[in-house]
Design a protein around this ligand. Structure first.
Ligand code: ADP
Length: 381
């Protein structure tokens, strides 16, 4: 037992002061007995859960936080509250709580054990996390929405890309039907046709896989990533759009780059935004000049840099920073969210996203990301 984590106090003496102090604190606090029953609540807790203080005394804590449901016939065990064996204070845990009216909300709870001469009590500190969860959910929904809307812009070219293998499949099947009416049937020819059908089918499902990978909705998944692979996938996703707009995309990837840690879908979203913005910036340029160069290189021993360089109209000095603000757009159909969301994503990955004008023409958007190990913070997000 690590005594530095256990507060020992003499029962009786300071108890009244202690209760008064707890009642005054601007945070929600509960005191539980060994069986998980509520010995004391401060008014803040009662208000948070929609009860009067008296209504809660003697009730099991599971009434408020179902995950802390204790079997009231047996003494409260440390593992009941998932307390690590050697400590009697848990760090903050995120759990679902229930109000008197049955509605649920998210709270963070820390449990602290107090030992008296003849027993122990647990002090639970509860922090309402409703707002933070709402904010986080809104941010995720918004990111997803802009991703879907960005991919929506590619619909025409993606439909075209899908149409090609589907047309190939149809004409191959028609050819096979013709071969099957011949006598004798040329099996080699039929085998080859079937092979072509399989290849065309793979091509179609690859297009669908790339769309699904980008519009996927989900929580942040921090894993070790091959950035080059992510960028290649996005370049393939926009290939059809690039052809329709008469734009060339070049990709230059330094060999043997180390992995980065991050969320694949989110990094794809950033790349997609930057590439489509670069295409847009060159709409008015002569076709021969419409080139986007994507470079992936090591910037230092612990950072990788992605540069997306266009030959468009560039950015006026006042725009270099403004473009990262939400709802700033110069496009008639623009949402003005792509760059601000991209910057949030890169910040969350402990990287940097900024823009610079090229010396000759157009702008370059730079993204730097740390190599390898992400902090634990990332993993818990
Ligand atoms: P949207 O594309 O919906 O306008 P973004 O946040 O992605 O939203 O971009 C904001 C603005 O930044 C664009 O409207 C455009 O004016 C400017 N911008 C973005 N990328 C470039 C670029 N490569 N060259 C010039 N201007 C750009």
């Amino acid at each position: 037992m690590n005594d530095s984590h256990v507060l020992v106090m003499e029962k009786g003496s300071g108890e009244a002061y202690f209760r008064e102090a707890l009642a005054l604190l601007p945070i929600s606090i509960l005191m539980l007995d060994e069986r998980g029953r509520i010995l004391m609540v401060n008014p803040q807790t009662a208000r948070l859960f929609g009860y009067e203080c008296d209504q809660l005394i003697g009730k099991p804590v599971g009434l408020l936080v179902p995950a802390l449901r204790a079997d009231t016939d047996v003494p409260l065990r440390a593992d009941l509250f998932a307390l690590p064996e050697s400590h009697e204070r848990t760090p903050l845990r995120e759990l679902s709580a229930r109000r008197n009216n049955g509605t649920e909300f998210q709270v963070e709870i820390s449990l602290n054990a107090f030992r008296f001469d003849d027993g122990s009590v647990t002090l639970a500190i509860i922090v309402d996390r409703t707002e933070r969860y709402e904010l986080e959910r809104n941010r995720r929904d918004l990111a997803h929405l802009t991703r879907v809307s960005t991919v929506g812009q590619l619909t025409a070219s993606l439909a075209h890309e899908l149409n090609q293998p589907l047309t190939a499949i149809l004409s191959n099947v028609q050819a096979a039907q013709r071969f099957l009416t011949a006598d004798p049937i040329d099996l080699d020819e039929v085998r080859e046709i079937l092979n072509d059908i399989v290849q065309a089918d793979y091509r179609a499902s690859e297009v669908i896989r790339r769309i699904r990978a980008v519009v996927k909705k989900g929580d942040l998944e921090v894993v070790s990533l091959d950035l080059a692979g992510i960028i290649r996938d996005v370049v393939l996703l926009v290939r059809g759009d690039a052809i329709v707009r008469g734009t060339r995309v070049t990709l230059d990837v330094e060999d043997d780059l180390p992995p980065v840690r991050g969320d694949k879908v989110q990094l794809q979203q950033v790349m997609l935004n930057l590439l489509l913005n670069a295409f847009d910036a060159m709409n008015d340029m002569p076709p021969a000049d419409r080139v986007v160069s994507v470079t992936l290189m090591r910037e230092s021993s612990n950072t990788i840099c992605i540069a997306i360089r266009d030959r468009g109209h560039g950015l006026t000095v006042d725009k270099l920073d403004k473009i990262f603000k939400p709802f700033f757009t110069s496009k008639p159909q623009g949402l003005g969210l792509g760059l601000s969301i991209s910057r949030t994503i890169i910040d969350m990955h402990h990287g940097r996203l900024w823009a610079e004008n090229n010396i000759d023409r157009g702008a370059t958007f730079f993204v730097t990301l740390p190599v390898g190990n992400a902090t634990e913070q990332d993993e818990s997000r």
